[in-house]
Design a protein around this ligand. Sequence first.
Ligand code: HEC
Ligand code: HEC
Ligand code: HEC
Ligand code: HEC
Length: 332
Amino acid sequence: MKTHTFLLGLAFFGALLLAPGMVQAQELHLDPAKVMGPDACGECHKASVEAWKGSHHFSTFKSLPRKKEARAIADKMGLKRIKAGSECLSCHFTSAMVKGKAKPIAGIACESCHGAGRDWIKVHSDFGGKGVKAENEAAAHKADRFKKSKQAGMIRPGNIYQVAKNCFGCHSVPNEKLVNVGGHAAGSKIELVAWSQGEVRHNVWYSKENKVSPIERLRMIYLVGRALDLEFALRGVAKATKKADYAVKMAKRAKKARKRIKAIAKLVDAPELMAMYKAARSVKLKLNNEAKLTAAADAIARHAQILASKYDGSTFGGLDSILPGPDKFKGK
Ligand code: HEC
Ligand code: HEC
Ligand code: HEC
Ligand code: HEC
């Protein structure tokens, strides 16, 4: 069975047994036993759910199985059903346990980006007992709450690297068979500012207006997105076994991403960027080079996490001329 490289660090569940007679091994993005579904989040985050309903992440649940293009891919892959036991589940759907069986219950939903909620919904929203409001929460309690939520699998938006890693785990399409045999698109032209500030945007909790993130934050989103693109392209090339569409396009993606990081490194004062470029430059983009490519990707991941936690974007004005503006935002 093929293993995807993506979402390392998140829980991974292989060899899931499906209905009798359909014993097909597959991997899901999240542990279905821990997925609560978007309705559970909606009990408190109604406005986020409303925003999400306007996105392709929501609509793919119903629209994908009806599409000719999807059927064509599934046929080439020898898959009978798109919504059951197929490789489509890991990226297009969220699965949860329904009457003892893992079933797709939604498209790409809250937990696809913020982590499966079972073990953290309670902790992340408890300011210190009944009746205690956010403004009265003790500082130590807050620190403890964040720590416990994280330990229980919550991916908080403050940690842009961890959240955005999910985007690239799906959007780089790290699945050789899906691309070579199925003819699936070989990865999105995702750029994190444009792709997160359009239809995906739901800044509706701390203020109601769903504003575009502040410029300092956009700069950080941009940098982390470019770093992740490079990291995941290298992970993608590492998995390539045949000289065909997948390997060629993934290597192209890596080259482009590498060039971009080098150019960006000249615009801002952050040595981590040049270190990422050097790590990428040190490996050959070729087949059967998995260990070295993975090591380079791991190094880039470390630099990217340092970058994301060390800076707040306030000194990175050098990026403003290349940041995508609202006319480039994807959707809405
Ligand atoms: C019982 C009500 C409740 C439920 C259910 C709930 N949340 Fe929350 N959520 C909150 C509260 C309260 C906060 C504010 C916490 C704070 O200010 O630190 C919050 C904050 C958040 C944040 C922002 C945290 C941060 O660090 O900035 C995210 C992301 C989030 N919730 C996601 C979810 C997801 C995903 C689900 C479903 C799996 C969910 N929540 C279910 C009440 C809830
Ligand atoms: C590794 C993640 C991944 C897997 C697995 C995957 N897809 Fe996709 N798929 C994507 C992404 C990301 C896009 C969006 C591409 C874009 O718009 O840039 C997409 C887009 C599509 C589209 C075009 C968008 C649309 O709705 O018209 C079709 C059709 C499609 N996928 C079918 C499938 C089918 C069928 C399967 C299972 C055999 C599958 N995909 C498995 C990630 C994946
Ligand atoms: C495609 C990935 C993705 C999905 C799906 C998603 N989120 Fe988020 N969420 C993010 C990102 C990224 C941010 C930070 C955005 C920023 O800073 O511009 C965020 C921010 C948040 C925040 C903080 C908002 C604020 O006002 O600052 C909350 C609360 C939240 N998400 C809850 C949810 C809930 C509930 C759902 C499901 C209805 C959901 N998210 C679906 C990626 C996602
Ligand atoms: C679990 C896999 C997964 C994750 C995680 C994910 N996406 Fe997606 N995304 C998809 C798929 C699949 C589609 C295509 C859905 C369709 O149209 O059928 C898509 C579509 C989109 C689109 C619409 C593209 C278009 O052609 O209009 C945007 C924008 C987008 N994603 C941004 C993001 C961002 C930003 C993140 C992270 C914060 C993210 N996605 C996380 C799988 C994912």
